[in-house]
Design a protein around this ligand. Structure first.
Ligand code: ADP
Ligand code: MG
Length: 192
């Protein structure tokens, strides 16, 4: 299947000295991810972002930070314009991994996605606001996950409200993990 049919951004990696010769390791609707250098034993990637919401999620001074949020090492500025109509921004971020099929972290992720989906169904008549209300429901309802997860959901809710972002906790690859198994909200928001 071609990228366009899968809904993936079709742009090639923009021309920028930092990106030359880098291996592409991921691609979504609005982001291209390439390998960056490993520093002090920690693997890094460059996220080439075309969505202003994703750019805010990774660089805003009041972006959510803490145990379950991606570590951002640097904002390398712009690199050309994407087919989505916005400039690309290059942000250097810790490398994350897909969730395995089973295990504690995968279970928590599934629980978050399922609870979020159920809440969306509950408030689907709210159309436009459905996702944010569903996230609010998760943020204020203890569902047996760790306090750090509950706090992160609250922080995500604040960010969504502040930046007019819509949550996306359903698509499996938007939740990822560190090598040590920590759940990370890698790409939990998108643009309205
Ligand atoms: N920090 C990361 N480390 C490694 N791979 C990543 C990282 N972030 C995203 N990816 C991969 O790149 C894909 C696209 O990234 P994502 O942030 O979900 O972009 P989009 O906003 O386009 O959905 C993901 O599905 C995942 O496979
Ligand atoms: Mg994504």
């Amino acid at each position: 299947m071609t990228e366009a049919l899968q809904g993936l951004i079709t742009d090639s990696i923009p021309d920028h000295p930092l990106l030359q010769g880098r291996r592409e390791i991921g691609r979504g609707e609005s982001t291209i991810v390439v390998e960056a250098d490993t520093v002090g034993g920690k693997e890094r990637v460059f996220k080439i972002l075309s969505s202003p919401t994703d750019y805010a999620y990774y660089t805003a001074p009041d972006r959510p930070t803490g145990h379950h949020f991606p570590i951002v090492y640097a904002d390398h500025g712009q690199a050309g314009r994407s087919s989505r109509g916005f400039p690309f921004h290059i942000v250097e971020v810790e490398r994350l991994y897909p969730l395995p099929g089973s295990g504690d972290t995968a279970e928590v992720a599934t629980k978050i996605s399922t609870a979020y989906f159920d809440a969306c169904m509950m408030w689907r008549n709210l159309a436009q606001d459905m996702g944010r209300i569903a996230l609010h429901h998760l943020a204020v309802t203890p569902m047996g996950w760790a306090d750090t997860v509950q706090e992160s959901l609250k922080a995500l809710e604040c960010f969504s409200d502040e930046y007019g972002a819509l949550p996306d906790l359903i698509k499996a690859d938007n939740l990822m993990m560190r090598k040590d198994g920590t759940l990370v909200f890698s790409d939990p928001v998108f643009m309205e």
